[in-house]
Design a protein around this ligand. Sequence first.
Ligand SMILES: [Zn+2]
Length: 582
Amino acid sequence: MRWLTHVFLSLALVKGPSLALRPIDDHTDSGKCVGEFIEGNSPFVPERYFLFLDLDPGRKNFQGHVTIEGALRGDVDWFALHSVNLEVNNVKLNGSAAVWSLDHDIGILNISVPQGGIRGNNDFLAVEVSFGGVFDQDKGVIMQQYDESDENRWVIFTHLEPISARRVFPCVDLPKYKARFDITVKNNFPGRTVLSNMPIYSSDEYAIRFETTPLMSTYLVSFVVCDYAPVRTGIDKDRGRRITSWVPEEMKRKWGTRYIGSLAPQLLHVLESYIGHKYNLPKLDMFSVANKPGIGGMENWGLIMYQKDSLMQGKRSTVKDMERVIFTISHELAHHWFGNSVTVADWCGMWFQEAIPTFLHGHIPFKHSYDLDMVNKIKWLARKEVMRDECLIFDYSGPLRNLDDPKADKLFTPLHYLKGASLLYMIESLVTPNVFQRALQSFYVKYNDSYATEEELWEEVETAVGEGGVKGKRKAPKTLSEIMEGWVTSVGHPIVVVNRKENGQLSLAQRVCLDTSALIVDGDWWIPISYTTSSDPNFVSTEPQRWVEPEPQDFQNINVTLEDDEWIIFNVLGSGFYRVQY
Ligand SMILES: [Zn+2]
């Protein structure tokens, strides 16, 4: 077919040198996190995808072709690609027809490796797959009519996080398997706009080809077809990038769109100065999705999707509405550094990928955030949204790092965003804000264009604290990794119970706050205790002065004795994620 030849001739011209990626085997897939094949890593490691899609809005389906270049490691009889709800028509290995089978039940395309030749060489392999798929309501390729009175007013967009890239093209659909993507969409859409992660490389009557992406995970692949109007900010000359909001034509003059169009560059500048590194994609499109319940936004790299009311507000919007808009925009922008560039090694670590952008939102200054103190607001929201439910609702969400119940729909709850961010604020109060900022900066420098685990984040914090780490320098009883293990793997949160003897001596114990019908689970928390008293009132310092050890039944003497008329308040500014029972 003419267009296909044309596409690949053009793409060959933009092929660049291969980028080095952290070896896949630095981390081993447990087989227990969302979307994994089995225990152990994939023998086929993609480096580059050439993806072509022919979208048919009339039939609500698509035909596609993908060439995946990568390396096949080890002497294996077969390897697998993720493939869900796709019909596979043809598979080739290095240009020769391959033997393959599709397991629809578990969503795997098994491909046999012929004897000799490519086996065991850790060498180049090109896998070509022709396939077809269908549009969906809420994952994969989505088509929505956004004006009920006009069936011609529709948008096509994607939502692939965490494991729906496999509904759009066969791939190794796990976050650490990063590759570069050359995306081409057949030009079936005269008069409409087609967007993707990167700027258009070339466009003609046959196809729209986009520039090669940076190394990124499959779940960040994105494209859009729409008849929206652009709301542009000027090109930021210092940084050479353009930010464009895309909204339905009739919404273009709404006050909120203009306001947000000007706000996004300011929020980016604030985040850039905190992290110390610039947004480094050539453009940013912010796309308003007509109706995507359940998401405020989705951080597709270079093409962020927003639920309509997360991007568009009118003159009558309340401060609360605008707060939510700013929260969502700054959160999605922060994913540029943490999520898109530094990505979780596996979905079991999802919580810290959501916690860091939520934490960073707290550090957006007041003038941009509509609120005097976003840090305290996020802590307060965590108490309201998470602590209540952890105590009252059986099987609320499990622990932050959840290996036992790997369901995709449990990855995106207030637990991961708000409790996760609260734990980071707790660490910040232990090591001081400057040190924690330095730790996040070095975490980014070390793992950008790559993947990381929460253990590696703790290591960066220990390094930023200096020689001796939190144990040596901050008088913590354990290393940060040992302290955080209980917070990340335990269900619920602790209640610190205060006991005051007649002589004024204080002791503390920890209890687990859980629904009474749940099994009794021993808490396993090292709890940092800050306090202030009437004889030495200080409502600013959140530095821990004592620690409660993980011995749930025992009251622990904290060597504090109060006078008869003296009061004490624990957990200054709610810096620790626990409640206190006096
Ligand atoms: Zn997020």
